[in-house]
Design a protein around this ligand. Structure first.
Ligand SMILES: [Zn+2]
Length: 405
């Protein structure tokens, strides 16, 4: 096969992987290739058992169209998110079907080596639950919430109390590769969640959007023209470090009053605990039976739903800070859609969205404020791990294609 044909086939496979099910007509539109060329390429890829015609889907014109997807099954990829509190693992096949997923605590306080061992044993457990052998795997995708150098597979820094030095320049990509003998990509966890959103979530039909995740930290990912925007050195999207209060609390980045110091879930939890400690009455105190260490974001969201005034006040303040930062972004980029994900939006998100929307209406330029739609992610807490598994699978397509030539 000549190089050009091979490149076209890879482009088609990449599109089917990211956006399936796709019809031949959609492939013509997306690639700019002729219908004849697409049909011939699809025929070859079906014959090589890479893709399958998976039934009929109604098209916009009412005619039924044949949907193309990757063939289910081998090879599989592992996606793992190493978060501040949880390790989440997803094993998916090349068609994107989830074969197994599990969650365990990260236990960062036990130190770097213990966390890596915990990652390995969680992966081993997921593989055995799914009945998948090492030989059937094509790669590992790691989503990490620290600052990562994805080219080298290294965590540059991970700002968690007591963990800073251990995670500095940690070559985790190499460690996964050594352990499993597989290619490993290391990516920012918010970027991986946004990728999952783009491929199988609410952003499927969007080429431009901003994805914002509020959890123990705050991050974002900007999609422009169908691609995630990385900036000069991969540092784009640090929404959590936008200054919201010039004289505000000191952030680990060295700046004061970053959004993360005012609106992350850890800050919300601390504020609720501090207020109860000072004697402010709240249902949350009964919910945790006076043990303030048990306060978590889910409880606070539930308390807000039950009209608890402390929960309402703290969440409303955090939402307003997010709105202040987002109003600047709305002015700068004029996005049509902003998608929110992460623990802060996991249940009952409407009052929080309403507060953010109100601040944007007050602060951003009227036209841009009216044009932006705020929506909530449709994916669960495993979205970063899922995105990482999909990203690792996409990277493995050229090898799979060459092997089935
Ligand atoms: Zn900061």
């Amino acid at each position: 096969m000549n190089r050009k044909t091979s490149e076209k086939e890879l482009e088609i496979l990449g599109l089917i992987h990211a956006r399936s099910p796709l019809s031949r007509a959609e492939l013509v539109k997306l690639t700019g290739l002729s219908g004849g060329l697409i049909s011939a390429a699809v025929r070859r890829l079906v014959a090589r058992n890479l893709i399958v015609e998976s039934g009929l889907e109604p098209s916009k014109l009412g005619r039924r169209r044949v949907a193309l997807t990757f063939r289910a099954g081998e090879p599989y990829t592992i996606g793992i998110e190493i978060g501040g509190y949880f390790l989440r693992i997803v094993i998916a096949d090349i068609a994107g079907n989830i074969c197994d997923q599990l969650q365990t605590q990260t236990m960062l306080s036990e130190g770097f080596s213990a966390v890596m061992e915990r990652c390995f044993s969680a992966i081993d457990q997921a593989m055995s639950e799914a009945g998948i052998k090492k030989e059937a795997l094509a790669g590992i995708g790691v989503a990490h919430s620290g600052v990562v150098d994805s080219k080298r597979g290294v965590v540059l820094s991970f700002h968690r109390p007591g963990q800073m030095s251990e995670w500095r320049n940690a070559p985790i990509g190499e460690m996964f590769t050594e352990r499993y003998g597989l290619a490993c990509i290391v990516e920012d966890s918010v970027r991986m969640a946004a990728l999952a959103e783009k491929e199988i979530g609410v952003a499927r039909e969007l080429s431009d959007f901003i994805y914002i995740r509020v959890g123990m930290g705050i991050g974002s990912c900007i999609y422009l023209n169908g691609e995630s925007y990385r900036g000069a050195g991969g540092g784009a999207g640090e929404f959590g470090h936008i200054t919201v209060q010039e004289e505000g609390p000191l952030c680990y980045c060295g700046n004061t009053g970053c959004l993360s110091t005012l609106a992350s879930c850890s800050v919300i939890i601390q504020e609720v605990a501090a207020a109860i400690g000072k004697g402010v009455h709240s249902r949350i105190q009964e919910m945790v039976e006076d043990n303030l260490d048990r306060i978590n974001i889910e409880l606070i969201l539930n308390a807000m739903q039950e009209k608890d005034s402390l929960a309402f006040r703290v969440l409303n303040e955090a939402s307003m800070h997010i709105g202040v930062a987002l109003a600047d972004v709305v002015n700068l980029l004029n996005p049509s859609v902003v998608i929110f994900g992460g623990p802060l939006f996991q249940s009952n998100p409407q009052p929080i969205l309403d507060s953010i929307q109100r601040v944007i209406r007050q602060r951003a330029l009227e036209k841009s404020a009216n044009e932006v739609e705020l929506i909530v992610s449709s994916l669960g807490p495993e979205s970063s791990a899922l995105g990482a598994a999909r990203f690792a699978a996409a990277q493995s397509i050229p090898t799979l294609h060459a092997r089935r030539a």
